[in-house]
Write a protein that binds this ligand. Structure first.
Ligand SMILES: [Zn+2]
Length: 191
């Protein structure tokens, strides 16, 4: 086994100082992390809630966790591995894998936060369209299959198609921390 295959990296990737977005790291914007993501090395070591990033993120402060809104049953967070700038995830707090396992109230709040996310992103960055979706199961593309999350992906004319982007690296024009500030400000300010 070569040296770069010996250590799984999930804990490293979840630490703020190791994520893309630190101001001096423009030259490593996204791509190395995305490559690790694609290779599967940042997958949680188990499907347990203790190892689940979406269960652990809410215990971070908003900026550290890139959280833009905390609802009653669900929260909105910037995706650490965005397909496009402003890519948000709407996550129920409960560690639930399948959409059919959500309560009626959770379905309603995930839906309302998805609507709100679209409104906020339109105000912040005027995307031309969106992809909304939940990948159910690893075979369907879910990176963290054990905890469902609704993707809200802003799209612009001329950007890459959704499916090809999933499998490719993509440089983004904004750092994650800056994106968080813009989206959080818009979400809080235009409520
Ligand atoms: Zn979870």
């Amino acid at each position: 086994m070569s040296a770069d295959q010996t250590e799984p990296l999930p804990a490293e990737l979840e630490r703020p100082e190791s994520r893309p977005g630190v101001p001096d790291a423009f030259e490593r914007l996204w791509t190395p992390h995305r490559m690790v993501y694609i290779s599967g090395e940042n997958k949680p070591p188990s499907s347990d809630a203790d190892d689940c990033p979406f269960c652990n993120i809410p215990s971070s402060d908003d900026e550290e966790g890139l959280i833009v809104h905390r609802g009653v049953l669900a929260y909105a967070v910037l995706n650490l591995y965005p397909y496009s700038p402003g890519h948000l995830l709407i996550c129920p707090y409960r560690h639930v894998a399948d959409y059919t396992e959500l309560t009626t109230e959770e379905v309603a709040e995930v839906g309302s936060l998805t609507q709100r996310a679209m409104t906020v992103l339109r105000a912040a960055s005027a995307p031309h369209g969106f992809n909304l979706g939940i990948n159910q199961g690893a075979v369907a593309g879910a990176g963290i299959a054990a905890h469902l999350h609704q993707h809200v992906v802003p799209r612009w004319s001329g950007d890459s198609n959704f499916l090809p982007v999933i499998g490719q690296t993509k440089a983004l024009p904004q750092l994650l921390g800056q994106t968080w500030q813009i989206v959080k400000h818009e979400w809080d300010g235009s409520a």
